[in-house]
Design a protein around this ligand. Sequence first.
Ligand code: CTP
Length: 408
Amino acid sequence: MESITLLQDKKILLGVTGSIACYKAVDLASKLTQAGAQVDVIMTEAAQRFVTPLAFRSVTGRPVFGNMWDLDDHVRHVGLGETADLLLIAPATANTLAKLAQGAADNLLTVTALAARCPLLIAPAMDGGMYSHPATQANLSLLQARGAIVAGPAAGRMASGLMGKGRMVEPAELLAHIRLTLARNGPLAGLKVVVSTGPTREPMDPVRFISNRSTGKQGLAVAQAALDAGAAVTLVAGPISELTPFGAQVIAVETTQQMAEAVLTAVQDADALFMVAAVADFRPGNTSDRKIKKTETNDWGLAIGLEVTLDILSAVKEQREKSGYPRVSLGFAAETHDAFEYGRQKLLRKGLNLIAVNDVLAEGAGFAVDTNRVVLLSSAGVLEEMPLLSKTAVAERLVHHVAKALGR
Ligand code: CTP
């Protein structure tokens, strides 16, 4: 797993309680450690009946805490809670939820939870009947009212063999919850960011279209980086097959016209726009609402007769001149030659604060690869000439510059 800047050196206290989902918590601890976090695990006695402390120690490379009375340090519970960036309890049983709701402190985990001042994220895991019991629901509501974040539980097959709601959410989804929670005080906290990504598609008939090679990777990376910086993100996505980041509000579009409408609406109250999409510049001038038959001779023979599509950024520019939104606008320039000069002209023509110019023919840059090489320009000239970087790293650099432009 690629290390995640947001998680790098973050101190995560993972409380594990007695549920069969403990085995998933080992995977989660491993994922967090690989992503760069420092994971300290506290296990209840019941948890230790499902998996051993050694399993966690093996993936985190750190001591695992269990019995409160075995500790060499008499204020360990305060120490662990005080230095943590996040207390995550996964899996959290109905019993532990009840104790947390009441402020009971009868084992190292519940004592630590009382002493901790960091955000609390809880992933419940229990049988469906226990989860839906009014007592458990009341305990969860109380914890949420006090600021705890509850992830799941998910519906599916339970240990009892029955189907129901009570399964702990999967480690990958928990990781996404952790990212969102840790991002809350980031440089873009409280701000709205709109990101466009992917290609657009222009239909000829119900089965054919013209489009381009964009896969949406760079825009998705920008959306994730903006989420990691604490922004509320609206992602306007053309047809892509990659997963969209957890926490983004996704608006799926197909044509340039649909993307234009979605972007123009979303930026009305946005602090920043990252226009990363590879918008189709042309669309068929002749279209048919029925499949065009190979043998069919129609009015226009085989000529597609291209038309130029709407330039979305120019429309944003016009709207922005009246409304002032988005406050900051960043575009991309995909070039195959004279990249710098074309980029500079596009920045001015499209009314952008910043433009990320990339030579799509350069090695390691462009469509469908995980890396990119970008030069960032402002109206004052070159702001940063980036080396070949992962699209994730490029996205983080761009978000950093936009945060600066927003005075963060
Ligand atoms: N863009 C847009 N609307 C379009 C085409 C492009 O908003 N119809 C945006 C892209 O999302 C990008 C920027 O404009 O942020 C530059 O896109 P690019 O394809 O490099 O430039 P074009 O304007 O299409 O110009 P050209 O094809 O002549 O290079």
